[in-house]
Ligand binder design. Structure first.
Ligand SMILES: [Zn+2]
Length: 448
């Protein structure tokens, strides 16, 4: 730093000091977590305008930027005053943390709808901010337990499942309702769950005012895809040779290389999450936390059997998806919806090729009559689902992804099951990729 030099340091001098700090933090992060080194070096630091103290002319730290927030193009936003006031190790920890948000697709998985034309302000109280904040904490929980496993404890005030007494190795979707319950319990005692830390668009998918608005800085979608695969492959190589990679990262790499491995668990988590959102989370059952300090482990994942979300299925029945695959997938989805909503729920299904076919109301997914053929336009099927009354709160789309999508997220919780290796899903949907040759779920039915 040049703080001891007389007068006001030139703008270039801050820049240099900040860049040196970022470089040191990168080296620290790459050294502490060699399995993420290539990811750390792929982060693109963007140095923001400093906020200068009116008297001294020196940059002052802005706590809103304490996380060095990232966006989905792997830009890391560095506020100069914050960078100069933060230990190198802490900046390095945030780098590893943001790699977690980015490679785990937290932005695309975020349940928070980006409002068209609305950019998120830092201290804004806009609708959705509370939900975004909870999602950010849940995503942090998903990442931080794996970092702690690698002996990388976060700075004070960040969410740690271990410290909160929550079970480790859960997804952000699973942590959301647990954190809701905890926050309520702690709020009654006048406490707070964790500090309000904003990790940026990499965590919740919403654009921030300080981002450059997509003018080209950072990684493209293809860059990101290739980078993630190479990080995952690197982790698998290392994990095979020596046991130096924490289990959570090995699991991520395994799923990234072979995305089908854990798709049932992911599909279940997404549908449960969607059901909770659709039902307004008013019907959670949970055990009261004990008074014992640190006994929040008493809280079990909320059961949601009484929440009956209005669920609609939109099924791609164009020629490109075979009936056999759809049959198997419907069996799976039906099983998950049954588990979430109970056996009394009704299911509305719309088969869709280039146009939506008439809605079918069924009790079991297996009763759906698959009609269709020809081209694909899931926009028509989704529009038809949104036109249903009552309007569904949770929509599950089954498709191979070879279709145009609505530009914006429809007003429902959307889960897209992408069958096979091709196609694409929109950024606004929660996505699970399902192998086209998925074996049928083992059931006790039909034993002879
Ligand atoms: Zn975070």
């Amino acid at each position: 730093m040049t703080a001891d030099s007389p007068g006001v340091p030139a703008r270039e001098e801050y820049g240099e000091a900040v860049r040196a700090r970022i470089a040191a933090a990168r080296l620290w992060a790459a050294h502490r977590a060699p399995y993420l080194a290539s990811a750390v070096f792929a982060l693109n630091p963007v140095i923001l305008e400093p906020v200068l103290d009116e008297d001294t002319g020196l940059p002052v730290a802005d706590p809103e930027f304490r996380a060095f927030p990232a966006d989905t193009r792997w830009n890391l936003h560095v506020e100069p005053g914050t960078a100069l006031a933060t230990p190198v190790e802490e900046i390095g920890w945030w780098m590893l943390h943001h790699v977690g948000h980015l490679v785990r697709g937290h932005a695309a998985r975020s349940p928070v709808r980006p409002e068209p034309g609305h950019r998120v302000g830092h201290a804004a109280g806009a609708a959705g901010d509370e939900e975004a904040h909870r999602w950010n904490q849940a995503a942090d929980a998903e990442i931080n337990d794996d970092l702690e496993d690698g002996d990388l404890r976060g700075p004070a005030g960040v969410v740690s499942p271990a410290e909160l007494g929550l079970p480790p190795n859960r997804t952000a979707e699973e942590y959301v309702p647990m954190l809701d319950v905890l926050a309520e319990a702690m709020g009654r005692g006048g406490g707070a769950l964790a500090e309000a830390i904003d990790c940026g668009g990499a965590a919740d998918g919403r654009e921030r005012p300080y981002e450059d608005g997509g003018s080209g800085e950072g990684l493209t979608r293809l860059d990101r895809e290739l980078l993630e695969r190479s990080i995952a492959a690197g982790i698998q190589d290392r994990a095979g040779a020596r046991g130096e990679v924490p289990a959570g990262w090995r699991r991520w790499a395994g799923e990234r290389v072979r995305p089908s491995v854990n798709w049932r668990a992911r599909l279940g988590a997404l549908i449960r999450r969607g059901a909770g959102t659709a039902a307004g989370r008013t019907d959670f059952g949970y055990r009261r936390p004990s008074r014992r300090a640190g006994a929040y482990a008493e809280i079990v994942p909320p059961s949601m059997v009484r929440a009956v979300p209005d669920t609609a299925l939109v099924i791609d029945t164009s020629g490109s998806v075979t009936g056999d695959v759809l049959d198997r997938l419907l069996d799976e989805v039906g099983g998950v919806v049954d588990g979430v909503a109970g056996p009394d729920r009704r299911l509305r299904a719309i088969c869709c090729d280039v146009r939506p076919h008439p809605v079918q109301v069924v009790r079991r997914a297996g009763d759906i009559d698959l009609v269709g053929g020809g081209g694909t336009d899931m926009r028509a099927g989704i529009a038809a689902a949104m036109a249903l009354r009552p309007r569904p709160g949770l929509v599950v789309v089954l498709t191979d992804g070879e279709t145009p999508w609505p530009e914006r997220r429809p007003p429902a919780y959307m889960v897209v099951c992408l069958v096979g290796d091709g196609g694409h899903a929109p950024d606004w949907a929660a996505v699970v990729r399902v192998p086209a040759d998925a074996p049928r779920r083992v059931t006790t039915r039909g034993q002879s």
